[in-house]
Each structure stands twice: as C-alpha cells, then as structure tokens.
Design a protein around this ligand. Sequence first.
Ligand SMILES: [Zn+2]
Length: 318
Amino acid sequence: MRRFTSTRAVLPIALAALLAGCAEPASPPATVDAPPPPMATADTAPADTSTDVHRFTIGRLDAAVLRDGDIRVPNDGKTLAVGVPKPEVDAVLTQAGEPTDTVHLAVQAMLVRSGDRVLLFDTGAGDADFADAGRLPASLRAAGVEPAQVTDIFISHAHPDHVGGLTDGAGQAVFANATVHLSAPEWQAVQAAPANAALVAAISPRVDAFAPGAEIVPGVTAVAVDGHTPGHSAFEIVDGDARLLYIGDAAHHFAVSVQRPQWTIAFDGDAPVAEASREALLARIADSGVTVASPHFPYPGLGRIVRRDGTFVWAPLQ
Ligand SMILES: [Zn+2]
C-alpha cells in the first residue's frame, strides 16, 4: 500500500492513504545509525515574526527557520493519538496551553548556508489544500535567498507537507538549480506511486538518492528514523563542535508526541516501528543534549528534549 500523495492532495485523500498504512505488521526494531553527538552549541536570536524568518547559527554556519504555514488536525482519537481516550489527550494539550478542539502543527523549513552551498531542509506544504501554508518562497526571499540560489534540498520524507513546495501551481520545479536529496527507499516508493507522476517528472533530473545514514554533503549526515515512511530520515548538521538535528516527522506535536511517544499517530506508515524509532530518537536527543529543529513544533521549532517524570519534555530555546 503506497502512502504518498501528490502535492495537490487534499486532507481526506492524504489521511485515507496514511491511515491505510497503519494496519501493517510489525517490523524489526528501528535503529538510529549515526553516533551520539556531543553537546550542541547552536545559538538563537529573537524571532522575527514580521518576516517569518528566524535566524540562528550552527557553529559558524548561518541558518534560519523559514515559516511556511500551519496545519490543524482533528483531535478525534483517530489522528494524533489513535485510540487514546480524548480526556487523556486533552489533559496533555491543556497542560501545554494548547486548545483541545483541534491540534495545531506548525509548518516550517530550515535554511543553512555552508560555504558556497545554500541548503534547504524540506519545502513545506506548497498549495496543498489541507494546510494554510505556502509562505516558504516569500520567507526564503525575506532571508535574502532566491529559489534559484538554493543548491541542495534535503527531503526528510515525501509527504505533501514536506515536498509540496518543490513544485509550483503549474507543476514546475521551484528550485531550478538544486539537487534534491532523499533516501533511496523513499525515492523508490515515490516513483512507484502513480499519484506522484507529476512530482517525479519535475524533480527526477535533479534527484540524488542517498543510502540511509549516509553523509550526504560535507557536514550533513542522514539519520534513518524508520517507520513514518519507507525511507524517512532526520538530518544532522555539524560545524566543528556544533551540531543540530533536524528531526523531520520523528515527532509531530511538541507536547503529545514528546510526552507520550507511545501514542500512535495516523500519519505513521508502520506505527510500531515508528513508535520504537520515536522513543529511541528522543532518548538519544535527551542524553546528548543536541539542539533540535522540528518542522512541526511551534515556530521556530528550535529547542532541546529533556527527561522529566519518566518521559520527555520539549524545551524550546527561547
Ligand atoms: Zn509532516
């Protein structure tokens, strides 16, 4: 069962396709391939909400979180915490200061300048109908970068809220000069889904399919986080002693997914594997102290994971 949808997909189609993957049998426990990083030294600056650009640094590298938009998903026991009684989910949301009628997920991409390279991590939702998004091109320009200047795009996985910005409304590639890096199993799955034909046609000339866990370009290493999609990857960005982990969809909600990693989210293609991966990654992040960038935690989604009360808690940087 393929779980990829086109960038034009609407939420019901995407949800149906995603939910269809939840009945798969369990696979062997997921592994995180890269070695534990030392303490992070990333700094952060005050958010610039006027331009949707949040600048920060990773060692000597200039970086920025670029706001794309928002997604609201129902708090219905079928989406974010499948089968969990609503009062239990509401309690976690309320304690975190969040509404309980719908669940809010931010959507943001990350920009890193490394030497002559201009690196972009995921591309937001584009004009996907299920999201109030598509601000990435404007955010990118506000950060001083034209789409044609992006040299490398790292795709955590091919769900429409991460690849939607790769193509414009006419189906043309937005980032004309960028190599598109995604894992080999992810690319294989994308190509196998007929619904992705337009996306495949637009990006295939510039795709570089990497082996899970590989160093892709100097200073950027993939970290396999299995279960969400066939080749879902986090990315570790390193400069000297400074490290940052872009976690993709290893966790979706800053409170629910972090404090209750055992609760299944309908977007995970293989829920048992994804749950094991999520818990293992959260433990690794907490134990190493590495700075995290999340595409779905509240903007700008930079922070750390700490252990508390037998579980994990999100600690935003500002
Ligand atoms: Zn996502």
